[in-house]
Design a binder for this molecule. Structure first.
Ligand code: SF4
Length: 455
């Protein structure tokens, strides 16, 4: 699964009815030296000395039943035109940013090709794309370079081209190791094929592998879910993403769930309670084998966390190119001041492939108000198990906003959704299942929405 919007697309959702104790404590007091240290650490992570680059590749071999992303089945003849446009967009990015008063940082330390199915790109297009990236930007020697692959859709030639281009991490969209579940959701692979791809990746030197699974596929039961988790564990991958199925009404499965029908097996989608049970079981079992949860949907062995996705949750700058790709760019060294002048830009490209292929990137651009950024600091920070340190937000946003958020945090703690540990506020297990309720509480504090009219 890709995350082109900077937010994971399937969350732990409102599926939990149980009660957990609230253990929120009142605000504590760190020593002045500790406060200064924390603030400097936090701000050092925000200043845009490096960029993450996201590249959207919207081509798929078939359309999954639950998918409503801007991806589709398109003729291979469009791949080359599309890569040409990606390269044009990269060339223009510096001028585009300059026109908005921002300097585009050239140093890149993470690259993520998502989609879609980037492994469908022909080897020569992969070489051309990465050649252009390296010509346009200064890519760190130890940059994390991830490519999403669909099992069974990664030829030896493409794998060779990816490795030659410096790709060192692969995310495999497995979703289920039970063949009939994968098939009923529109995937084209079998378990055997996935295991073979894992072997080929390792033989090619790519050991940093993520496996995506989805809890809640049509026909899935608790027993088959446990089977998928067992196979995932046996694979020995260092990273896993566990998503709870979120059926969007724009997907084929979603339309069938609303209107009825049997083509996409809508009637076989498990209940919310069953899906919540699957998610909780996965957390427990993955933890037991050293795959620690570090974000609502993400699990890793220590040191194998996705550096690119951490960038989103830590509000560090990234440039997104391609169809429906988003960017978040910060003005260097800026933070909130009394003027309330926005210093963070969010932009999203068109999701119309024809328009993009015609050279119109259709960027929708908005400056984020400090209030909006402050909200994001909370709901992105709370996604991570590391949580939020309110003290570190005070220097960027000032006391009034942070105090108001702390009132929200206290209410959520009373409901057992948040937990305060010293200077850190985290979501509880119940909070992760009800994460949208948690995020909503912080969004309701908004004084100002996006400022689309400039600064
Ligand atoms: S492979 Fe991913 S992007 Fe393509 S249809 Fe399936 S879920 Fe959507």
């Amino acid at each position: 699964m890709i995350d082109k919007r900077g937010l994971q697309r399937r969350d732990a959702r409102n599926r939990y009815g149980g009660e957990l104790p609230s253990t929120f404590e009142g605000p504590g007091f760190a020593s002045l030296a500790a406060q200064v240290h924390e603030t400097m650490d936090a701000m050092a992570g925000l200043f845009p000395d490096s960029l993450g680059l996201y590249v959207s590749i919207p081509f798929c071999r078939s359309k999954c039943t639950y998918c409503n992303f801007a991806s589709g089945v398109h003729p291979a003849s469009e791949h080359s035109r599309y890569v040409d446009q990606l390269i044009d967009e990269m060339h223009e990015a510096g001028d585009w940013a300059k026109g908005l008063g921002l300097e585009l940082v050239r140093r890149i330390d993470t690259i993520y090709l998502g989609g879609g199915t980037p492994s469908l790109l022909e080897p020569e297009l992969i070489a051309r794309l990465f050649g252009a990236i390296r010509a346009q930007f200064a890519v760190d020697g130890d940059a994390e370079i991830t490519v999403e692959c669909a099992p069974g859709q990664l030829s030896d030639e493409t794998l060779g081209a990816l490795v030659a281009a410096g790709v060192n991490r692969v995310s495999l969209g497995v979703q289920s190791f039970v063949d009939r579940e994968a098939k009923s959701s529109g995937r084209l692979h079998s378990r055997t094929r996935v295991l073979d791809d894992l072997r080929r990746l390792r033989e090619a030197g790519v050991g940093r592998i993520n496996v995506d699974l989805i809890a809640g596929l049509a026909g899935q039961t608790l027993a088959t879910w446990e089977e998928s988790i067992s196979v995932l564990i046996d694979c020995g991958v260092p990273h896993a993403s566990i998503y709870m199925l979120e059926v969007d009404e724009d997907s084929r499965l979603g339309r069938e769930m609303l209107a009825g029908g049997a083509r996409y097996f809508a009637e076989l989608v498990p209940s919310d309670d069953t899906i919540a049970g699957m998610y909780e079981s996965a957390i427990e079992r993955l933890d037991a084998v050293g795959l620690k949860q570090y974000e609502i949907s993400n699990f890793a062995r220590p040191g194998s966390e996705s550096r690119h996705n951490l960038r989103y949750w830590q509000r560090r700058s990234y440039l997104g190119i391609g169809l429906d790709a988003s960017s978040m760019l910060r003005e260097k060294g800026q933070e909130a001041d009394a003027s309330g002048k926005p210093y963070v830009l969010r932009s999203t490209n068109t999701d119309d492939l024809k328009r993009y292929l015609d050279g119109d990137f259709g960027r929708g651009t908005a400056w984020l108000s400090p209030e909006r950024q402050h909200e994001e600091a909370w709901f992105l920070g709370l996604r991570m198990n590391a949580g939020v340190e309110p003290q570190s937000l005070r220097s960027e946003f000032g006391d009034p906003l942070v105090e108001r958020a702390l009132e929200s945090a206290a209410r959520l703690a009373d409901d057992g959704l948040l937990l305060r540990n010293g200077e850190t506020i985290r979501m509880t297990a119940k909070g992760r299942l009800l994460s949208n309720d948690v995020f909503q509480e912080f969004l309701e504090n908004s004084l100002q929405e996006y400022s689309a009219t400039g600064r």
